[in-house]
Design a protein around this ligand. Structure first.
Ligand code: C5P
Length: 223
């Protein structure tokens, strides 16, 4: 069976990454979490006090950033920033709070898109993000656009954070999700939008297994 590229885009906390991981596992594909890359850049910018409005500072910081994904002992993929495992840190709310501002910077997007195109050059990849089907791989054989009710998304994200030991107020999570939706959909540089040929998947009333099954079924029609 020939391998394809599967692009999963959509709003924050709709289950994109969990679905993408499940689909990749089921099809024997590799998964690329592009949100993790923007989060890693954001962490670097926070730690090094990079001014987002200073293009020279941003460019030179981007030159100093190397992001990799490495498999951990459980077979899951961890994000590394300049050789350090930052998987836990980049999921925290203080990073989520800044990431959409960083991801709206053209130079940041160009650097990340280039890197994602290089990583996914071969077929047999599932990528999740905001611009995969529209910018990174506009020729992807299967495109999914995920959405869900904001409150359901906030509840899911709150449960995920709690799972990792971060206790946060539901309202605070909901505010962060709404803020990121606005920034992601209204930015000048590759705003979040559904590609014309993407399948819309509303996950409000779907379980993770149902989401994975739906995407795998769609992929089967493309092989
Ligand atoms: O997917 P995740 O919620 O981890 O993404 C974090 C943020 O990174 C998003 O809110 C968005 O601002 C940005 N992002 C992006 N383009 C992508 C992936 C993520 O702009 N392809």
């Amino acid at each position: 069976m020939s391998k394809i590229i599967i692009a999963i885009d959509g709003y924050s906390s709709c289950g994109k990454s969990s679905t993408a991981k499940g689909v990749a596992k089921s099809l024997g594909y590799q998964y690329i979490d592009t949100g993790a890359m923007y989060r890693a850049v954001t962490l670097y910018f926070i730690q090094n006090h990079i001014s987002l409005t200073n293009p020279k500072e941003v460019d030179s910081a981007l030159d100093r950033i190397e992001i990799e994904f490495r498999a951990n002992s459980e077979g899951k993929s961890d994000t590394y920033l300049n050789g350090l495992n930052v998987e836990e840190e980049i999921r925290k709310l203080y990073v989520a709070d800044k990431v959409s501002d960083v991801a709206a910077i053209a130079a940041v997007r160009h650097a990340m898109v280039r890197e994602q195109q290089r990583m996914g050059k071969k077929k047999g990849f599932v990528l999740d993000g905001r611009d995969i089907g529209t910018v990174v791989f506009p020729g992807a054989e299967l495109k999914i656009f995920m959405t869900a009710d904001p409150m359901v998304r906030a509840q899911r994200r709150q449960a995920e954070l709690l799972d990792k030991g971060e206790l946060v107020d539901l309202e605070e999570v909901l505010e962060n999700i709404k803020k990121r939706d606005i920034i992601d959909t209204t930015r000048d540089e590759s705003p979040l939008r559904q590609a014309d040929d993407a399948h819309l998947l509303d996950t409000t009333f779907m379980t993770l297994d149902e989401q994975i099954e739906k995407v795998v079924l769609l992929a089967d029609t493309k092989h």
